[in-house]
Design a protein around this ligand. Structure first.
Ligand SMILES: Cc1ncc(C[n+]2csc(CCOP(=O)(O)OP(=O)(O)O)c2C)c(N)n1
Length: 400
């Protein structure tokens, strides 16, 4: 249950966490809040119990104010999760990747609007994220589509220890005209991370990734069996699979999904299941992640591998990791269509025809499948649906 927190209680909580560190009980990175208690208490008065709160590396105050039990917050912090406090029941989500959350917030807000929900999304970011173009994309998207989302910029004039002027010269302070932005200023109590004074790290208990973030038991992705005498052609199979996904309510996200129908593969899909996006690959991916939190089945369409590198953060740090890092609380069963333009009709040059299949196979743990025949395409998509996990389908123009 959400409760009213007093400024002094919040401060006492962080002081207590600082003491755990001094006693060698926190052998990992943590960021203490401090100095912004009054602003946050005020802002959280407008945040409803079932609204989404999307937080950052500095999340303890947000978690407490959104009603997560302080004992749970403390236990997470002691167990390597200072930056990774999640609560599916309270719609509390975090990412410590600077600039990674705004597009996700926009995706959740899109889903809430589509469902005609009264819930809102509140996305808290530091001025480090304000430095980042990904915030701009998300604000513009939320404003343009009138989505129920607020971005709260918590400006402590510090990114790590660098001030706005250190980073940007004279144009240090951005003024936002958007009604989706709330910006407040504060002076922080603590250094960027930890508290002053380094402890003797040799005295701390060290654990492995697997101890902090146990591997989840996943549905074994069925092996896609080679099928040389496929009855369906490769392109027919893609179209059939997209039709099947559409009949399950999938939402197709990308550019050229309405115009051009993703090279004709979405011709049978109703337009209200397609989102024609700006050319903003990180935004596209974040939208998909956010929608999946609300039960939608997103399919992202990337028309060339070359351009997917812009979305690499969202794919590698988020789509691939969210389920494990949140201890299974948040799931992202997203299908990524990764087209490699290895064939015409026109030669498009060496920045438009690269094949990053092997790179993605190395970078992520979800299946990256490169079907060679129509039957294999069908197996790959059905396997992904069954697994309820992300999957990247390598599509080759040369096989169309
Ligand atoms: C993409 C990315 N780059 C760098 C970092 C390392 N990092 C973590 S916090 C931080 C500074 C963030 O500053 P700000 O957003 O102003 O938040 P504050 O710590 O001041 O609350 C940096 C550079 C990161 N987590 N993600």
């Amino acid at each position: 249950m959400k409760r009213d927190w007093k400024k002094e209680e919040l401060i006492a909580f962080e002081e207590h966490i600082g003491q755990l560190y001094s006693k060698n009980e926190l052998p990992f990175l943590f960021h203490l809040s401090g100095g912004n208690e009054e602003e946050l208490i005020r802002i959280f008065k407008d945040i409803k119990e079932d609204d989404y709160v999307i937080s950052s590396h500095r999340n303890h105050y947000h978690a407490l104010l959104h009603g997560i039990d302080p004992k749970t917050v403390e236990s997470h912090i002691k167990n390597g999760r200072s930056m990774f406090i999640y609560d599916r029941n309270r719609n509390f989500f975090v990412s410590a990747i600077i600039g990674g959350t705004p597009a996700i917030a926009a995706g959740i807000a899109w889903a809430l609007k589509r469902k005609k929900s009264k819930q809102k999304v509140w996305c808290f970011v530091g001025d480090g994220t304000e430095d980042n173009g990904h915030l701009f994309e998300a604000i513009r998207y939320v404003d343009g589509w009138d989505l129920p989302c607020k971005f709260i910029i918590e400006n402590n004039d510090r990114s790590c220890e660098a001030t706005n002027n250190d980073r940007w010269g004279k144009k240090g302070n951005l003024i936002w005209e958007s009604g989706s932005v709330i910006k407040y200023y504060y002076e922080c109590t603590y250094p960027h991370c930890r508290k002053p004074g380094m402890i003797d790290l040799s005295k701390t208990i060290k654990k492995t990734d697997n101890e902090y973030f146990p591997e989840l038991k996943y549905f074994e992705y069925p092996e896609v069996k080679e099928h040389k005498n496929s009855r369906l052609s490769y392109k027919e199979a893609i179209i059939k699979s997209m039709n099947e996904l559409a009949s399950e309510g999938a939402i197709f996200i990308g550019y050229n999904v309405i115009y051009g129908n993703a090279m004709g593969t979405l011709s049978n899909v109703p337009n209200d299941q397609k989102i024609e996006t700006p050319v903003a690959e990180n935004l596209m991916s974040g939208l998909a992640i956010g929608m999946s939190f609300e039960g939608f089945l997103p399919v992202i369409y990337f028309e060339r591998h070359d351009f997917m590198l812009v979305a690499a953060d969202a794919i590698i740090n988020h789509i691939d990791k969210i389920e494990r890092i949140s201890h299974g609380e948040f799931k992202v069963p997203i299908i990524i269509r990764a087209v490699t333009a290895d064939a015409g009709p026109f030669y498009s040059g060496i920045t438009h025809s690269q094949d990053f299949s092997e790179l993605f196979k190395k970078a992520v743990r979800f299946p990256v499948i490169d079907p060679k025949s129509g039957e294999e395409v069908i197996q790959a998509i059905r396997g992904a649906r069954k697994s309820q996990r992300p999957m990247m389908l390598i599509e080759r123009k040369s096989r169309y």
